[in-house]
Design a protein around this ligand. Structure first.
Ligand code: PLP
Length: 385
């Protein structure tokens, strides 16, 4: 053979039998079949492969591991948490559908509802996250999906998910949960009746602020078919390299969450004793709306919470405070190893406009709490006089 042909059709091979503790990164678009009779193009790639779009072994290993952790029938992976949210809407809503989403849901979820989905004729109505079983009064004949996010983004209200599930299931409406804060492990979505559980794997599973991935886990066969069909059509393949990083992240999720929980509670409790602070919204503290439900339903807490500062300070002082923090980066997202702090100037909480200036969301990282507290103390004495 010409050497150019040899570049493609080679005899040389690495020896077999290599065993590593690390799952290999399989890249591939085309999948080879043994013979023409075996050519298939089925999205149910649990026992066979058809095309890279539907997963390589690296991708399907991550999906299977998330499904195992969450106790799901199956987990679909998407390139981001936001794409996972879109998949759930598209699987359960069509033109003319009504969906309910908590007011404190992840901002881009609300943005999607008011933008793309509205344009498709899907009516997404925000609801008070603390409604519990009273959500019944908002259900319409065309309600096809109820979202929960517990605790909610930025303000951390904990929802009575089982109560919402009871009302929804009585009317045959599926319930989807954004389970990112609990990383799919501190709240057992399926044991509490949820039908579809999604996560931004970007956060704790990734764990190092260097990847974007989302997961959609389904409770049963019927939902597997329903969500799977739409997932296939969306063409949202994930990179095996990202999945490999997420698989690495899973190995240390346990120790990271344990340390983050301890540090976050220590710092949140410290804030409750400060004169400058009005309230601390951390699900594990009694000052957080829904704390009793958190105690009933969750097995732990994670690293993100918010602090509401007293109204005697100006918006400029609060901005200066965030800027003065040296160990806290100013950034969105969370779940990595570095501490972050941020104010949300566009936060939409009816009757609570001061949250846009006086609420600071903290993500606690793996630094020692004593250093973080020293940093916060210095920024407070410099800016909040
Ligand atoms: C970050 C986040 C998402 C979106 O995840 P991305 O991977 O960043 O798109 C969804 N829900 C919640 C609650 C989040 O915090």
């Amino acid at each position: 053979m010409h050497w150019r042909s040899k570049l493609i059709h080679h005899q040389a091979q690495a020896p077999e039998g290599f065993r590593s503790l690390t799952p290999p990164v399989y890249r591939g678009s085309t999948v080879l079949f043994n013979c023409q009779a075996n050519v298939c193009n089925d999205w149910k790639t649990e026992s066979s492969y058809s095309y890279g779009l539907y997963g390589t072994p690296t991708v399907l290993e991550l999906a299977a591991r998330i499904a195992e952790l969450e106790g799901a029938r199956h987990t679909f992976l998407l390139p981001s948490g936001q794409a996972a949210i879109l998949l759930i809407y598209l699987a359960f809503c069509q033109s003319g559908s009504h969906a309910l989403v908590p007011l404190n849901a992840y901002g881009p979820n609300r943005e999607l509802a008011a933008g793309l989905l509205k344009g498709l004729g899907i009516d997404v109505e925000p609801y008070d996250p603390l409604l519990g079983a009273n959500i019944e009064s908002l259900i319409r004949p065309n309600t096809s999906l109820i979202w929960c996010e517990s605790p909610g983004s930025v303000t951390f209200e904990v929802q009575d998910v089982p109560a919402i599930v009871r009302v929804a299931h009585a009317k045959n409406i599926p319930v989807a949960l954004d389970n990112s804060w609990a990383s799919g492990v501190l709240f057992d979505a399926f044991a509490h009746g949820v039908d579809v559980s999604m996560q931004a794997l970007t956060k704790y599973v990734g764990g190092h602020s260097d990847l974007l991935l989302g997961s959609v886990s389904v409770a049963n066969e019927e939902l597997y078919e329903r969500v799977g069909k739409i997932w296939r059509q969306m063409g949202q393949a994930v990179s095996p390299d990202e999945c490999s990083l997420a698989l690495r992240g899973l190995q240390t999720l346990g120790v990271r969450l344990e340390k983050l929980e301890k540090s976050a509670i220590e710092i949140a409790e410290w804030f409750t004793k400060r004169d400058e602070v009005e309230s601390v919204f951390h699900p594990a503290l009694p000052s957080c709306p829904g704390h009793d439900i958190w105690k009933r339903d969750f097995t732990g807490s994670s690293s993100v919470f918010s602090v509401l500062f007293k109204s005697q300070y100006s918006a400029e002082q609060l901005c200066a405070f965030v800027d003065a923090l040296k160990l806290f980066g100013i950034g969105l997202s969370w779940g990595g190893v570095q501490s972050l702090a941020v104010i949300f100037p566009k936060l939409d909480r009816p009757g609570k406009d001061h949250y846009r200036t006086h609420l600071v969301r903290f993500n606690i990282g793996l630094e020692e709490p004593i250093d973080l507290i020293e940093d916060i103390t210095a920024a407070i004495s410099q800016c909040l006089k």
